[in-house]
Design a protein around this ligand. Structure first.
Ligand code: MN
Ligand code: MN
Length: 460
């Protein structure tokens, strides 16, 4: 009776109704490894360092310009410790194009100012300048860790990490008690906590002397003991406060993962695992871990940087191929997270078009805002290609867009890849509470995103 409906209607199914029970251990194993990676990758620099260590263990070697490239070779290029490009050389030359997956490893956070430290009323603070789009009220009264580097005048670079280990101290931005918050509570959520108000408490015990700023002096002497630095060294530091939550399973059924920085390390990890697992690809596979996506992809380590073109041009030259010929035949998955439909906030979504938890890898034909402004908008042909590919490789996926028309919007690196004349489409994991200090993703969708990238890499 319902045959005609089956034939004509498009119905989506929950991913758990679509996969075999035999696939569950692989899914759980993948997610355990991802949780480990996320726990130890709190900044783009740490993500890049960890990715390089993993890649070297898989036989990847650092690429040197002029290196002879043979099919099956595994190489990487480290862009200033903040971004990374990896490639597995295919059987076909780069004139046939590359299969590219690009994710970003930066995430919203609280950067310290360049002259961050001050004492007020015998308490010591770091002033911050937030990075990326955040709802500021979410970042107060939560435990914070400090990560980053201090570059010394003599050229030495010190790596800083305080608060990740269980026995290390953490930091916090305080908030007003409700008893005295009557005026604050009248403000909008946007203005209740201000950018300048986001100051991190870092100490309270005075130095044992009679001079001024005794608490600040005591804190500086602790830093002197730990890193042999002085206040002036903050001028050339990149230090950032990030949430100190451990990555953990969420829900009685343990089906979800909570943690800081899923956007977009969840897709970065999927790409990495996929490029490690691809076997003797036909076309060369390229994996990008980009920086600066959250602030517009500008700068030397962002996706608008020529660093990517230089790397690809080097590879092309070694095969006697023109870069532009390679680009016009390449295909790129811009691997970035999407919004997951949240039943608590149905008013911002058009349910049929929003990504759903446990419905698999999200594919966005376009991103942008206000009449598709700021998007590359992938072609129908490209979506058709993915329908075919994912059906062949049993990848559970869903088509999605971000929120209702005119509700808002967002961008990814997709347009910067497409502007290079590379066919590009957005693909990634749906996220609940995106850009919050503690974001949530579904294990199923993480695993399917890995399978999706692997399917693209493995395609003939
Ligand atoms: Mn993102
Ligand atoms: Mn983001």
């Amino acid at each position: 009776m319902d045959d005609i409906r089956k034939e004509l209607f498009y119905e989506q199914k929950n991913g758990y109704d679509l996969i075999d029970a035999q696939e569950r251990p692989a899914l759980e194993g993948y997610c355990r490894d991802y949780m480990d990676f996320l726990n130890n990758s709190r900044t783009e620099r740490e993500a890049v360092n960890n990715a390089i260590a993993m890649a070297e263990a898989q036989g990847f070697v650092e690429y040197e310009p002029g290196m002879e490239l043979k099919p099956g070779m595994k190489i990487y290029r480290n862009n200033r410790g903040k971004a990374l490009m990896l490639a597995v050389i295919g059987k076909k030359d780069l004139g046939q194009g590359a299969v590219i997956a690009g994710a970003h490893v930066d995430a919203p956070r609280l950067d310290l100012k360049q002259i961050p430290m001050y004492e007020s009323d015998e308490m010591c603070f770091f002033r911050t300048h937030y990075y990326g789009g955040i709802k500021k009220y979410q970042w107060v009264t939560i435990p914070l860790e400090l990560h980053g580097v201090v570059a010394l005048k003599n050229g030495e670079v010190l790596e800083v990490s305080i608060g990740r280990e269980p026995d290390e101290p953490k930091f916090v931005i305080t908030d007003l008690l409700p008893h005295l918050a009557a005026d604050q509570m009248k403000k909008t959520m946007k203005d209740g906590i201000t950018g300048e108000g986001m100051q991190i408490l870092i100490g309270s015990v005075p130095y044992a002397d009679e001079g001024k700023d005794r608490v600040k002096l005591a804190v500086l002497s602790i830093l002197k003991d730990m890193y042999d630095i002085s206040e002036e060294d903050f001028l050339s530091a990149e230090l950032t406060a990030v949430p100190a939550y451990d990555v953990c399973e969420i829900g009685l059924d343990r089906s979800l993962i909570g943690g800081y920085g899923h956007d977009d390390r969840v897709c970065a990890y999927a790409e990495l695992k996929a490029i490690f697992d691809v076997e003797e690809p036909e076309r060369s596979c390229v994996c990008i871990l980009a920086d600066k996506e959250e602030t517009g992809s500008d700068g030397v380590s962002g996706m608008q940087s020529a660093a990517f073109d230089c790397f690809m041009e080097d590879l092309c030259q070694s095969q006697g191929v023109a870069l532009r010929r390679c680009y016009e035949k390449s295909f790129c998955l811009s691997a970035d997270v999407s919004n997951a439909y949240d039943p608590l906030y149905p008013e911002v979504s058009e349910k049929r078009s929003e990504a759903k938890i446990n419905y698999g890898m999200g594919i966005s034909k376009f991103t942008g805002a206000r009449g598709k402004s700021g998007t590359s908008d992938a072609s129908a042909e490209l979506v058709a290609y993915l329908r075919r590919l994912f059906a062949e490789k049993s990848v559970v996926w869903q088509l999605c867009e971000l929120g209702k028309v005119d509700q808002g919007g967002g961008g990814t690196i997709a347009m910067f890849m497409a502007n290079r004349n590379i066919d590009t489409i957005d693909a990634g994991v749906p996220v609940l509470s995106m850009h919050a200090p503690f974001e949530v993703v579904a294990k199923f969708d993480c695993y399917m995103t890995y399978k999706g990238v692997l399917a693209a890499y493995s395609d003939k």
